[in-house]
Design a protein around this ligand. Structure first.
Ligand SMILES: C[S@@+](CC[C@H](N)C(=O)[O-])C[C@H]1O[C@@H](n2cnc3c(N)ncnc32)[C@H](O)[C@@H]1O
Length: 291
């Protein structure tokens, strides 16, 4: 069984990149009236306490969302770019008062931005996270809008494509605990694009010194290019991967059929993420697009 628990990492720099991109993407997609189906292939527990034992073990949010919050509340700091402001504002809506104690994972971010007519399918395999997710989702009283599904997300999402409304956003955010995840992500993308070529697909991945991880963006670009679809690739490095400071140093988001507004929003926000979240002189970002 998997040992990865997102609760240890909630609100870290990788979540800042992933969730700010997710919010900007969803804001764009929900600007159109037609119903949207959102699929979260690797959902996690849905809500996390930043003051709980898990999160405090490595205090990763201190170097992530909490850095942004502190910059936003500092009158002498320049205002955050819109993409980061929207992200922070959404997280703050899950909290009473200025202190951020509760952090919404992707299922709650998605549900928060969806309209009544939209649908959300959440896949989670780990029994502990599944129980937490089901309990958290039950509190929403969202009825049939949200389905929590204990299935392999790579497989399970296939049967929902194409969706009846012909509009979908798929977030694929595995824990990459299994080496096979690195191969399954581009395979899933290739298959999904065959089933539903106009969907928006967002893949998160860690940047770590492993050949499979290094190869992943190239494979994702190739899947998008073969399908003749546009793509956008953003990465954020906060510290050198090797060395005295343990923990993930960098990650990337790869989107197929991204909103046309996203590249400009990221061009404005990524340098600010580097400035605020960078931990050593290796901190940097990358932004590229194609198709
Ligand atoms: C990185 S976490 C998800 C975080 C979440 N997407 C967020 O942004 O808040 C990955 C989750 O995928 C679950 N998982 C691992 N393999 C899976 C699979 N094949 N299908 C569905 N869930 C899986 C893990 O138990 C873990 O909770």
């Amino acid at each position: 069984m998997f040992s990865y628990r997102h609760a240890f990492h909630a609100g870290n720099h990788a979540d800042v990149l992933k969730h700010s991109v997710l919010i900007a993407t969803l804001q764009h997609l929900t600007a159109k009236d037609t119903a949207l189906m959102a699929l979260d292939t690797h959902a996690g527990a849905g809500l996390y306490r930043l003051d709980g034992d898990y999160a405090r073990t490595s205090a990763e949010a201190d170097e992530g969302i909490l850095k942004l919050a502190s910059a936003a509340s500092n009158a002498s700091s320049p205002p955050l770019p819109a993409l980061l402001q929207d992200y922070l504002a959404l997280v703050q809506r899950f909290n009473q008062g200025a202190q951020i104690r509760v952090y919404p994972g992707s299922p709650f971010i998605l549900q928060h931005l969806l309209r009544e007519r939209d649908k959300l399918k959440l896949f989670e395999l780990h029994p502990t996270d599944l129980r937490a997710l089901a309990g958290n989702v039950a509190q929403l009283n969202a009825g049939r809008q949200v389905a929590v599904i204990q299935e392999d997300g790579f497989e399970g999402m296939r049967r929902f494509l194409p969706p009846p409304s012909r509009r979908a956003l798929v977030l694929c955010d595995p824990s990459y605990e299994l080496k096979s995840d690195y191969a399954r992500v581009p395979e899933m993308l290739q298959d999904a694009l065959k089933r539903f070529a106009t969907g928006t697909y967002a893949v998160w991945y860690p940047i770590i010194p492993r050949p499979e991880a290094h190869d992943l963006p190239r494979r994702l670009k190739s899947a998008a290019t073969k399908a003749g679809k546009s793509w956008l690739h953003a990465s954020l490095t906060v510290k050198s991967g090797a060395g005295a400071r343990p923990g993930l140093g960098a990650s990337g988001m790869f989107l197929v059929n991204p909103p046309h507004t996203l590249q400009a929003a990221l061009r404005e926000s990524l340098p600010r993420m580097v400035e605020l979240l960078g931990q050593d002189r290796n901190a940097c970002h990358q932004l590229e697009s194609g198709g």
